[in-house]
Design a binder for this molecule. Structure first.
Ligand code: FMN
Length: 190
């Protein structure tokens, strides 16, 4: 049995109008802070904005692709993950930077789930625009954007195509397609 925080997780497109408390947001980013990282370099950085500050929220929203804006505009919190791509102790590329940002995101996602808050990660955004409009300095690169929020209760308030997307069945590769034993493509016999 996998943990319910993992089995219940999904990426919603229908968010309720309920805002996320400051306490919950701090817990979520505390969890992100405690992820493991290569040489403990902690290359992750996050910029977030809530709908309570419309200028900042729309600043993040406008970095997204049109298709993502359609639903992400309803999310009470938007964010972007950023990697410090140059190693802090040897002035060369940290080849694990994006890996470690992804790990930190995973911690964030699971912590959020423990408070009933869902995350939808988005690669559909303009990194150049994000660097420019969010003042992201050199050495750092945008990785992904994300929406955080509670799932909508009243789904009928939303456009039909979004409702259909929300209801679409989720799928995954079979475990035998992703797990090998000892060498490439040798079955673990499961
Ligand atoms: C790096 C990354 C980029 C993604 N980009 C988008 C995106 O631009 N728009 C979108 O609607 N979903 C995006 N997703 C969400 C995936 O489509 C989703 O995680 C996948 O279909 C599995 O569905 P589930 O998260 O509900 O299990 C992205 C997810 C990840 C991890």
């Amino acid at each position: 049995m996998i943990h319910p925080l993992i089995s219940k997780r999904r990426s919603p497109v229908l968010f309720s109008g309920r805002s996320i408390s400051r306490e919950d947001l701090i817990d979520i980013f505390e969890a992100a802070r405690w992820a493991p990282s290569s040489n403990n370099q902690q290359p992750w950085r996050y910029i977030i904005a809530t709908r309570e500050t419309p200028d900042e929220h729309s600043g993040l929203l406008s970095c997204l692709s049109e298709g993502n804006i359609l639903w992400a505009k309803f999310a009470p919190v938007l964010g972007i993950s950023i990697a410090e791509s140059i190693s802090t102790y040897k002035n060369r590329k940290n080849r694990f930077a994006r890996h470690d940002v992804g790990l930190s995101m995973a911690f964030l996602i699971i912590q959020a789930m423990s408070s009933g808050i869902y995350t939808h990660v988005m690669g559909g955004f303009d990194p150049e625009l994000a660097i420019e409009s969010l003042s992201i300095p050199e050495r750092f690169e945008p990785v992904a954007m994300f929406a955080l929020g509670y799932p909508a209760e009243n789904v009928m308030e939303f456009p039909r195509d979004l409702i259909d997307r929300e209801k679409k069945e989720r799928s995954r590769k079979n475990i035998s397609e992703i797990l090998y034993y000892g060498k490439w493509q040798r079955s673990y016999n499961i």
